[in-house]
Design a protein around this ligand. Structure first.
Ligand SMILES: Nc1ncnc2c1ncn2[C@@H]1O[C@H](COP(=O)(O)OP(=O)(O)OP(=O)(O)O)[C@@H](O)[C@H]1O
Ligand SMILES: [Mg+2]
Length: 313
C-alpha cells in the first residue's frame, strides 16, 4: 500500500470556529483506488474535514494535496477530479431527475448522453421524468450520488450518503460504489454512522472524535492494535459486587450489573484467556449460569475508543 500513489494527503490540518476547535491537526493519506471510511460521533469534525478537502472550507493551518496539488491555483483541474455529495442535498422541486442532472452536467459542459449513462448507473432511468419532490428518500440519495458521478471523478467524497436509507437501498448504493472501485479505480472518502457500511465497503477506517483522529487502519489492525479481539458476556448465580480477583490486564473494560448478575469484558485471546477465566471463577466458588464469547466488531471498538455507540448518533 505504501508505494501506491496518493489521491489525497492531509498534513496537520486545523480548523476552528471562534474558540471551538473542530479539527485539531489531522494527518491522513488516502491512496488511489482506496476506499476510506471516516467514523465519529456527532460533532467529531468529519464534515469540516471533508469540506476542507473539497475546497468548500479553508484550513486555518496545515496543507491538503489532492493528487499532489493544492487547491490554490488548481481550482479548475481539481473540480474535475473530485465528485462531491454534501451531508444534505437540496434539489429544485420543479425539476425532474433528468433535468437536475442536466443542470449539473452543464457546469462540466457534458451533454444528455452522459446524463442518461449516469441515470443507468444509479438505477434511476425509469424515474428520469419524475419531479425530484416525488422521489423517495433513497432515490433522492441516489440522485445526489449521480450528480457527484457526472464528471467521472477520480476521487469521490460522500458525506453520509446512506443515512436514513433502508437496508436494501443502502446495499444498492454500496454496489454502485464497488462497481466504480472495480472498473474505474475510484478513490472514496465516506463519512458514515453505520459500522456495517464501513466494514463492507472500505479498505481502511479512520475514527475521529472531538477533532482528532483516534485510530486508523483496517478493521483487523484496529482491533489488534487495541488488543481487543474477543468479547465475553456471562451471568452468575452468586451475588457478587467485587471482582478485584480478576486480572485487569487480561479482562479489560470489565462491567458487572450486580442486580441482574450479568457481566462483560474484553479479552485478546479466547483460547488462552477463557480457561483462566473459568479457573479463577472456580477458585472463587462462583457459579456461571451463562457464558458467551464472540469476535469483536467495529461497534465495540468505537465504544471503547469514544465511549459512544456508533449507531446511536
Ligand atoms: N460553520 C460553523 N460555525 C461554527 N461551528 C461549526 C461550524 N461548522 C461546524 N461547527 C462545529 O464544529 C464541530 C464539528 O462539526 P462537523 O459538522 O464537522 O461534525 P461531524 O463529525 O460532521 O458531525 P455529524 O456526525 O453530526 O455530521 C461541531 O462542534 C460543530 O458544531
Ligand atoms: Mg457531518
Amino acid at each position: 500500500m505504501k508505494n501506491r500513489e496518493l489521491a489525497v494527503e492531509i498534513k496537520n490540518v486545523k480548523k476552528s470556529f471562534k474558540n471551538l476547535h473542530a479539527v485539531k491537526g489531522v494527518n491522513l493519506q488516502i491512496y488511489k483506488g482506496e476506499f476510506l471510511a471516516l467514523l465519529g460521533p456527532n460533532g467529531a469534525g468529519k464534515t469540516t474535514l471533508v469540506e476542507m478537502i473539497e475546497g468548500i472550507q479553508t484550513p486555518d493551518s496545515g496543507e491538503i494535496f489532492i493528487t499532489g496539488k493544492k487547491w490554490k491555483g488548481n481550482e479548475l483541474e481539481l473540480h474535475h477530479s473530485l465528485g462531491i455529495s454534501l451531508q444534505e442535498t437540496r434539489f429544485i422541486d420543479r425539476l425532474t431527475a433528468r433535468e437536475t442532472l442536466l443542470l449539473f452536467a452543464s457546469f462540466y459542459r457534458l451533454d444528455g448522453r452522459r446524463v442518461d449513462e449516469v441515470l443507468g448507473m444509479i438505477n434511476l432511468y425509469e424515474k428520469r421524468n419524475a419531479f425530484v419532490n416525488h422521489l423517495s428518500g433513497g432515490q433522492r440519495q441516489r440522485l445526489a450520488l449521480g450528480i457527484s458521478l457526472l464528471n467521472s471523478p477520480e476521487i469521490l467524497l460522500l458525506d453520509e450518503p446512506t443515512t436514513g436509507l433502508d437496508p436494501i437501498s443502502r446495499r444498492e448504493l454500496w454496489e454502485i460504489l464497488l462497481y466504480l472501485k472495480k472498473y474505474h479505480g475510484t478513490s472514496l472518502i465516506l463519512t458514515t454512522h453505520y459500522m456495517e457500511e464501513a466494514e463492507y465497503l472500505c479498505d481502511r477506517i479512520v475514527i475521529m472524535n472531538q477533532g482528532e483522529v483516534l485510530a486508523m487502519g483496517t478493521l483487523e489492525e484496529l482491533l489488534r492494535n487495541n488488543n481487543l479481539e474477543e468479547y465475553i458476556e456471562f451471568s452468575l448465580k452468586n451475588e457478587i459486587t467485587n471482582f478485584d480477583f480478576l486480572p485487569k490486564n487480561i479482562f479489560r473494560n470489565f462491567k458487572f450489573d450486580a442486580k441482574q448478575r450479568k457481566g462483560n469484558c474484553y479479552i485478546s485471546n479466547a483460547v488462552q484467556d477463557l480457561p483462566v477465566f473459568f479457573e479463577i471463577m472456580k477458585q472463587q466458588h462462583i457459579e456461571l449460569t451463562f457464558v458467551q464469547c464472540r469476535k469483536l466488531t467495529l461497534d465495540d471498538l468505537f465504544l471503547v475508543l469514544t465511549g459512544k455507540k456508533l449507531e446511536e448518533n
